[in-house]
Design a protein. Structure first.
Lengths: 266, 300
């Protein structure tokens, strides 16, 4: 037994792994860049689109066309219609973009463990890969929550700068509905985190592979999001998203665990 | 109890058998020199021992337990190929991460201790990417030493080290072995390995060719008299006639006599009895490197 280490119990192992991941996450510039992007993105989107004034010129025909731009700040948080196939600006350029950002972050964070060879240090002293998967899921989910909160704050700032309406009723929602929508979206992020984490354990050093896989999987889910979490969400939406998030985290976590146990780590 | 006991270990990558029914025993407290050609399966075996690769077959036991046992794992320090460090982090921060990973209680104290051990006290604040190759190897050793492991697995740790670095490494490993730590070390620098190893294992095509202690190697490596004369062919013919063909050979213009005679005796015989003047003569011993090369040639 090592003279000065204590890493054998499950709780202790988890604690140390979380400490490593948290320390790693907050000392790497990528997380701060992601946080910065999450804050700046809604401000840029809301302010820039407000300059469009609801119309744009078709460069081919020269004709003026109407564009559905943001008229209400809450459109940056979710779709009022819940129409899954809506392809307008407000449906495409809202908080849902963060799911892709989160997937990229997960792939970069996990991929860096493999590319730097740090996994050698980790797994030499850890026989159980569950600690790694669990800890990564927790810290990456925490970072994603931070990104959602910052996007929300950014949307408020951007809305104020762009002079958009803050009227909740105007978008057919309520304060409770918006809170439920935000909570649902945050927990649904667990689905994206789990998918990206699993693909990152498959890709290992091959960051491009995990990125491509995660973004492709994200595209499949992307169209479902407005329908699952409309702006006027209720308890049912929250329950579905929490349950879905946890289910994905558990099932894909188990898959990641098997992958790490059955495949070569270096 | 042995520190490492491997029975019939196999690892295949597709159709290639990187490790092919390997048997290996490393006693506790040994410095085990693991030798083999490039691609012979050394690194693969070490990665299998460390749990970084999954065996295709066979069994690995560390201190009598499965190599997957958590308690055993936490007693293992590793340097495989290169240290697994984040290049943008300082040496200190990299070590802090591993100390946290190991659950070390007094992190700062322990990091200072290992940095001091590898003579890197002044380099703690350097970014890892700015360190020289030799420094990186020493940082890798510092990583492996965190938490006082009972087993060290080192893959080519002396590559890239200067003469002083090699001396330091020798001292560190000898001190560790003296304190009861078992060291498994693979290296192509056999001269260095010979100075510290207490046991050897020679691997070839994924199979253990020979295992022996340093004493057995010593017994297998005879002393010989090496000499040079103006007429090598004539001298060799005379010596082979006198001492027997098996005990005399020639390597790179140097005649070697293996029958245990002293240099004086051979020189006197050649000069007094045969009228041949010896231009250069010395007594030497077959080195690990020569032994290894001969063994490889025999195998081929």
């Amino acid at each position: 037994m090592n003279a000065n280490t204590n890493n054998n119990g499950f709780v202790q192992r988890l604690k140390t792994m979380l400490k490593v991941d948290a320390r790693r996450m907050f000392t790497m510039p990528t997380v701060w860049i992601m946080f910065g992007v999450s804050l700046a993105l809604p401000i840029l989107i809301l302010v820039m689109t407000s300059f469009m004034g609801g119309t744009t010129v078709n460069p081919q025909t020269g004709a003026e066309e109407t564009v559905e731009t943001f008229t209400n700040v809450w459109q940056a948080i979710g779709s009022a219609s819940g129409n899954a196939m809506a392809m307008d600006l407000t449906s495409m350029c809202n908080i849902n973009l963060l799911y892709f950002l989160a997937a990229i972050f997960v792939c970069v964070f996990v991929g860096e463990d493999f590319r730097s060879g740090y996994v050698k240090n980790l797994f030499t002293v850890r026989s159980r890969k569950t600690d790694y998967v669990f800890s990564k899921t927790v810290v990456l989910f925490a970072a994603t929550v931070g990104m959602f909160v910052l996007y929300f704050v950014g949307a408020m700032i951007g809305g104020a700068i762009a002079n958009l309406s803050f009227d909740v009723a105007a978008v057919g929602a309520s304060v409770g509905g918006i809170v439920a929508c935000m909570v649902s979206k945050v927990f649904f992020a667990l689905v994206f985190v789990s998918i990206a984490l699993t693909l990152a354990t498959v890709g290992k050093q091959k960051l491009w592979l995990s990125l491509l896989g995660s973004l492709a999987a994200g595209m499949l889910l992307f169209t479902m999001i407005p329908m699952m979490m409309p702006l006027n969400s209720g308890a049912f939406n929250v329950i579905v998203c929490v349950a879905g998030g946890i289910l994905f985290a558990v099932v894909l976590g188990a898959v990641s665990d098997v992958i790490l146990n059955k495949t070569s780590l270096v | 109890m042995n520190a490492i006991e491997i029975v019939n270990l196999t690892k295949t990558f597709g159709a290639k058998r990187a490790v092919d029914g390997l048997n290996m025993t490393v006693p506790q407290g040994a410095i085990y020199g693991f030798i083999g050609e490039n691609g012979s399966g050394k690194s693969t075996t070490e990665k299998l021992i460390c749990g970084l690769l999954q065996p295709s077959g066979g069994e690995i036991k560390l201190f009598g337990k499965s190599h997957r046992d958590q308690q055993v794992r936490s007693q293992t320090g590793v340097l495989i190929e290169s240290p697994g460090c984040f290049s943008d982090y300082s040496v200190w921060n990299n070590l802090k991460l591993q100390a946290a990973n190991l659950g070390i209680k007094n992190e700062n104290e322990e990091i200072r201790r290992v940095l001091h051990l590898v003579r890197m006290d002044g380099a703690a604040s350097n970014k890892f990417k700015n360190c020289s190759l030799g420094m990186k190897q020493r940082i890798g050793i510092a990583f492996a030493l965190l938490g006082n492991p009972k087993l060290l697995v080192l893959d080519e740790p002396i590559n890239g080290l200067d003469a002083d670095g090699m001396r330091i490494m020798r001292e560190i490993l000898t001190d560790l072995a003296d304190s009861g730590c078992t060291v498994l070390i693979s290296s192509h620098i056999l001269g260095e390995l010979e100075k510290i190893a207490t046991h050897y294992g020679i691997i070839r095509n994924g199979q253990m060719l020979k295992q022996m202690t340093a004493a057995q190697l010593n017994a297998d490596c005879p002393t010989y008299v090496a000499l040079k004369t103006a007429d090598t062919d004539k001298t060799r013919a005379i010596l082979q006639q006198t001492y027997g063909r098996a005990d005399v050979d020639e390597q790179t213009g140097e005649i070697r006599v293996y029958n245990g005679s002293s240099a004086d005796k051979v020189a006197n015989y050649l000069f007094a009895d045969c009228g041949i003047a010896v231009t250069e003569i010395r007594t030497a011993k077959i080195s690990l490197e020569e032994y290894y090369i001969n063994l490889m040639r025999e195998g081929k």
